[in-house]
Ligand binder design. Structure first.
Ligand code: BMA
Length: 329
């Protein structure tokens, strides 16, 4: 079995956690799992704020360098429709995809029937156009690609079937109009047995187009005798056919080790929903929630992530995964 070298691929920022509930201009329990993008030359995070009701809403934070001096603007963001079926218990975990001047925000609604996937679009994070439900419960960890494939939008998402013990996998679905979704298939199955990414996986930030294809960062949940551990890994999808997985890392690239990741409302959870590739085309900032309590950032060199994946062609350990065809509808 091949091992990576001694160098970590991701470096945590020294000021982590970069945003905590104490930074908010109102009382809240936690701030975590932000979506990320650039807006007017600044980094914009759409924070998941968990209020002291237990319910979450989405609030904008901006920064010139994407690392420090965050301005939190409670007037910008998205409030849940608490009278609705779909958002009755709040909205969570936004993934932002920029398409020209529009921002497509795919987020989780905590509905009366469980978590489901919703879409809202905006140009300014103040005025929103809600497009309704993309995926019915239980489904979450969803993000839309910034381009269409043969005239169809593409969505990564993670249904969680209950009662069968067959795991929760990353699916890809298509739509001609953002309303009707189908042609669904599993693209990143959870591995099995002792693997770090056995049983339950879900994507993190929206896929990022690179010279080698669509870079995907995903989380995996390992259930242990004393709780769950969330870790992060990488995969690469084909540029023109995103249902084709070109590479998948065998080892995780980030695991909870710091005190702010190991202690909090949900210990040992690191959960990214956004990343921003800087103007040099090489520096990647990955924004993640730590322990469902605070916001953190880690930096990576894009070329190093791609080199890492080159060492992990999809054929390696393929037999550790369920046959993909078994999951086709
Ligand atoms: C996942 C999501 C995330 C959360 C994580 C850890 O299922 O609900 O919002 O951060 O669990 O609790």
């Amino acid at each position: 079995m091949s091992h990576s070298g001694r160098e970590e691929l991701l470096t945590r920022h020294e000021a982590n956690p970069i945003i905590t509930p104490a930074d908010l201009p109102f009382m809240a329990n936690a701030v975590f799992n932000p979506g990320a993008t650039t807006y007017n030359g600044e980094t914009l995070l759409l924070l998941r704020v968990e209020h002291r009701t237990g319910l979450s809403s989405l609030v904008v934070a901006t920064s010139k360098d994407g690392l420090t001096d965050w301005t939190i603007d409670p007037q910008r963001g998205l409030e849940p429709l608490l009278d609705s079926f779909e958002e009755r218990w709040g909205i969570e975990d936004p993934r932002i995809t920029r398409v020209d001047d529009d921002y497509y925000v795919v987020y989780v609604g905590y509905s009366l029937a469980g978590p489901l996937v919703l879409l809202a679009t905006t140009k300014d994070f103040i005025t929103w156009n809600r497009h309704g439900v993309l995926m019915t419960p239980d489904d979450k960890d969803a993000a839309i690609f910034p381009v269409m494939f043969d005239g169809r939008w593409a969505l990564l998402h993670r249904p969680s079937p209950t009662g069968f013990g067959l795991g929760a996998h990353v699916w890809l679905s298509f739509s001609p109009d953002l309303r009707h979704w189908g042609d669904s298939r599993v693209i990143l199955p959870a591995r099995r047995g002792g693997w770090w990414d056995a049983n339950k996986v879900g994507i993190g930030p929206p896929p990022l187009l690179t010279a080698a294809g669509w870079l995907v960062c995903y989380h995996a949940v390992r259930v242990t005798a004393s709780g769950s551990i969330y870790r992060l890994g990488l995969a690469m999808l084909d540029r023109t056919d995103p249902s084709r997985v070109i590479a998948r890392g065998n080892e995780w690239i980030l695991a909870p080790t710091e005190h702010y990741e190991r202690t909090g409302d949900v210990p040992d959870a690191i959960f990214p929903c956004g990343w921003v590739l800087r103007e040099d085309g090489e520096t990647l900032h990955i924004y993640y929630g730590a322990a469902d309590s605070v916001v953190c950032v880690a930096e990576a060199k894009l070329s190093e992530l791609l080199n890492h994946l080159v060492r992990h062609p999809i054929s390696e350990h393929h037999d550790e995964m369920p046959a993909r065809d078994a999951y086709r509808a």
